[in-house]
Design a binder for this molecule. Structure first.
Ligand code: AMP
Ligand code: MN
Ligand code: MN
Length: 335
């Protein structure tokens, strides 16, 4: 990534448009353990650029997760090739910090002359040459919708459906407080353009593998709630992952189960990762407790109400550190 001019300001749509128009070859990357907004954003912008006659590669460090394989255009998502790609422009999508793209993905994009950084994470330090960071947007997919329509770029069916999936998954099906009138207006426009909501929603939400339900059962057995009822947390150990032959995406969204408990203001999910690190997922229901700030204390990031950390293990050491930080923030907020 070029160190020369780290712009503190956002680029305009027109400046981004100029880069897209004036170059021919692109690599689009999103974050490790990609979610619907990550893959959806890659497909959305990728297929628009393909329809505009560009050469486009869609790279993700972890490849395409099973739960998103239904998406039209998903077959273009590749794991990083060993050799750097001959591309002019690299575009980071939905990725809060540069290392979150993964080492192999960054290596694959290392010959790019220009980096665009399009994202909605509050903690994004604007690591691109041109940045389009809108932390008021509930999903990167919604920023891309605005960009693609403003620049009058092609809007093929893959782009249309991918934007719907990106925004639906990042807003908890259009429920979270960041969902705005613009989000619903966008959704209405996507429907007018032909999105089949019933079929898409069924593929996103009613199609879980049985092992995910078994995981839920295992997680519930580890559930703990603080005496004041404000914090609920559970953990996923190596043994459960191996016993149930879990894939990383199987736990996606399960934290919403404990977030939904009455009285709980902070939900925390601890997970032992294959590499020995600990993944921490946090959700807040109270704006006064900003989980992004807590995550930043441990080198993580995210949004005020949803954030994450990857930290040093073992779980027995990581867990009390995070829970103590959460307690500090709860007390400081006067909850
Ligand atoms: P998750 O709990 O994994 O669903 O993540 C919640 C939000 O925090 C998402 O927007 C993530 O992109 C962001 N996030 C998760 N983990 C990290 C991390 N290690 N560093 C920065 N942002 C993260
Ligand atoms: Mn994401
Ligand atoms: Mn997102």
């Amino acid at each position: 990534m070029s160190e020369s001019h780290n712009l503190p300001q956002n680029a305009t749509f027109e400046q981004i448009g100029e880069v897209l128009r004036n170059h021919q070859s692109f690599v689009l990357i999103s974050h490790v353990r990609p979610d619907g907004d990550a893959i959806g954003s890659q497909i959305a912008l990728g297929y628009s650029l393909l329809a505009a006659g560009k050469s486009v590669r869609l790279i993700n460090e972890d490849g395409l997760p099973d739960n998103l394989a239904f998406m039209a255009g998903a077959e273009k998502i590749e794991r990083p090739p060993a050799e750097p790609l001959e591309v002019e422009v690299a575009i980071a999508l939905d990725t809060a910090a540069k290392p979150r793209m993964g080492d192999r993905a960054l290596h694959a994009a290392s010959k790019a002359k220009i980096w665009l950084n399009i994202d909605h994470h509050l903690s994004n330090p604007k690591y691109g040459d041109l940045n389009l960071i809108d932390s008021t947007s509930p999903a990167t997919g919604q920023i891309l919708y605005q960009l693609i329509t403003a620049l009058d770029l092609p809007f093929p069916a893959e782009t249309r459906d991918a934007i719907y999936v990106a925004v639906s998954t990042d807003t908890g099906s259009f429920q979270y407080s960041q969902t705005t009138a613009a989000t619903y207006e966008m959704a209405a426009d996507l429907l007018r353009r032909g999105v089949d909501v019933g079929t898409l929603n069924s593929k996103i939400y009613d199609n879980h593998p049985y092992r995910r339900v078994e995981l839920m059962r295992a997680l519930l057995n580890t559930l703990e709630r603080s005496p004041d009822g404000l914090v609920a947390h559970w953990d996923l150990r190596d043994k459960t992952r191996l016993d149930l032959a879990l894939l990383p995406e199987d736990s996606e969204g399960l934290i919403d189960i404990i977030r939904a408990i009455r009285g709980v203001q902070l939900a925390v999910f601890f997970e032992e990762l294959v590499d020995g690190k600990i993944r921490v997922s946090m959700r807040s229901k109270d704006r006064r407790v900003d989980v992004c700030k807590i995550a930043l204390e441990f080198g993580g990031g995210g949004h005020a109400l949803a954030a994450g950390i990857r930290m040093k293990g073992p779980l027995e050491e990581a867990k009390p550190l995070v829970l103590a930080a959460i307690r500090r923030h709860i007390e400081a907020a006067g909850l």
